[in-house]
Design a protein around this ligand. Structure first.
Ligand SMILES: [Zn+2]
Length: 172
């Protein structure tokens, strides 16, 4: 059986700034009001025969939304971003940025410097809807497995406003 949660109606949203490095139009810093739709497939189980308790799903998604909300999204494994004093972007970990007050990087001939507290560092190649939907799906899947639900998949659509989004399905 499948349960579905609509991000607009259930208030699973966040607003963030990002850059798609080296892209013609999205290579300029800009923002989106994102919302997150979720679908979960699995067996009904437990005292109430739920696939999952909606409350548990919303809590998991909201925790991630809260981390991203009102921040600049920094995909630390992006090949077009060169971080100051740090090595190969493919192998960077969020820990490598520990104790830094600023996130500093260049993209081609543009240099950026943000206060660390304004940013969220993501272990991703891109801060696109595609990478974000994958990020959400893995995290929500992990949270629900920890709660012993018998789920087969978690699908997440991260929408960049109304009318366009990327959908990723994480299976067992
Ligand atoms: Zn964008």
């Amino acid at each position: 059986m499948k349960i579905m949660i609509n991000g607009i109606n259930a208030n699973l949203r966040f607003s963030s700034a990002h850059i798609i490095p080296a892209h013609d139009s999205c290579g300029f810093i800009h923002g989106h009001s994102y919302f997150v739709d979720v679908e979960i497939e699995g067996n009904r189980s437990g005292d109430y025969d739920f696939v999952v308790d909606f409350k548990d799903v919303k809590k998991s998604v909201r925790t991630i939304c809260k981390q991203l909300d009102h921040r600049v999204l920094i995909p630390i494994n992006n090949n077009n971003m060169n971080f100051k004093d740090l090595g190969d972007s493919n192998n960077l970990k969020t820990l490598d940025f520990e104790n830094r007050k600023y996130v500093e990087f260049n993209i081609e001939n543009k240099y950026y410097k943000f206060p660390m507290e304004d940013c969220v560092l993501l272990p991703l190649k891109h801060s696109s809807a595609e990478d974000l939907s994958q990020y959400f799906a893995y995290k929500v899947f992990e949270d629900l497995i920890k709660k012993s639900y018998e789920i087969d998949s978690v699908s997440v659509c991260v929408n960049e406003g109304i009318g366009q989004g990327a959908f990723f399905k994480k299976t067992k």
